[in-house]
Design a protein around this ligand. Structure first.
Ligand SMILES: [Zn+2]
Length: 279
């Protein structure tokens, strides 16, 4: 789930000065590092462990997708809130998150980020399985600023950080959409920002993941972000020619379909982009 909000309201979310509180089961309930402030709950996951994981994921995500960008410490910090129950989670993220276990929010005040926040529902045995996906959204927002990354890129890259089992479900959805006729044309996938039907959702996630994987296997993964950033300024055809030597969106679509077909025939032999986000 992604919420990217442009706002003129100045929200002051600065480094936390809240002292660590004792927890009965897993150390302090709140912990703060260079870029994050984590809030857990009594008996919940260790805030210190989650914090360490957040910093490692952030560094790896930046290294994979924009390794040459200058490092800038996050101010405001990214607040990560762990929820013990769905009721608490939904109270924080709203009813739109009913089908999700993670949500990220990046709010801008002009070009400046005013809020970074991730809410995670702890699903079972202390697992915060949506952390890598949601954190990827927050990291990507740095690269695009208030212009927002194209949604296919944002979700495709974030989905690459999901567990392998979840990625397999998206790939299944992609194949079903292709063969069932629900697949979006590439030109529509590239510009989709709001869903207009329920059946678009699985097709969109599956196709976005497949497209990002295709481009990441074709060249340096970081090139995708440069390509998408250029496309938001000069259009997809020019950006494709410049970054991938592909003539236009139609040519990309035909190469991508060939790639998807080859993966279907020999999925076990195809390399998968190794984005080692997971702890
Ligand atoms: Zn997402």
């Amino acid at each position: 789930m992604r919420l990217l909000v442009l706002s003129l309201v100045v929200l002051v979310v600065g480094p936390s000065t809240v002292p660590a509180e004792p927890s009965s089961a897993s150390g302090a309930l709140t912990e703060t590092s260079e870029n994050f402030h984590v809030r857990s709950y009594g008996g919940g996951p260790s805030a210190a462990d989650v914090l360490k994981n957040c910093e490692a994921l952030r560094a790896q995500c930046r290294h994979t997708w924009f390794p040459t960008e200058q490092e800038r410490t996050w101010r405001p910090l990214c607040t990560v809130v762990l929820h013990a129950s769905r009721a608490s989670y939904l109270q924080a993220v709203g009813r739109g998150g009913a089908q999700t276990s993670g949500s990220s929010l990046v709010r801008f005040d002009g070009d400046r980020v005013a809020t970074r926040r991730i809410d995670l529902l702890v699903v079972r045995a202390g697992q915060t399985s949506a952390l890598a996906h949601e954190l990827t959204h927050v990291v990507l927002a740095d690269r695009f600023g208030a212009r927002c990354p194209p949604r296919w890129l944002d979700e495709g890259i974030a989905t690459l950080a999901d567990a392998a089992a979840k990625q397999s479900l998206h790939e299944r959805d992609f194949r079903r959409a292709l063969h069932g006729g629900a697949a979006l044309r590439l030109v529509d996938l590239l510009r989709l920002e709001q869903f207009t039907s329920a059946e678009q959702v699985p097709a969109f996630y599956g196709q976005s993941l497949s497209l990002v994987r295709f481009l990441a296997e074709r060249d340096e993964p970081a090139k995708i972000v440069d390509f998408a950033a250029a496309a938001t300024v000069e259009g997809y055809d020019r950006a494709l020619q410049k970054h991938y030597g592909i003539h236009d969106v139609a040519a990309l679509e035909s190469r991508w379909r060939e790639y998807a077909d080859s993966r279907r025939k020999a999925p076990a032999e195809q390399p998968i982009v190794a984005v080692g986000y997971r702890p």
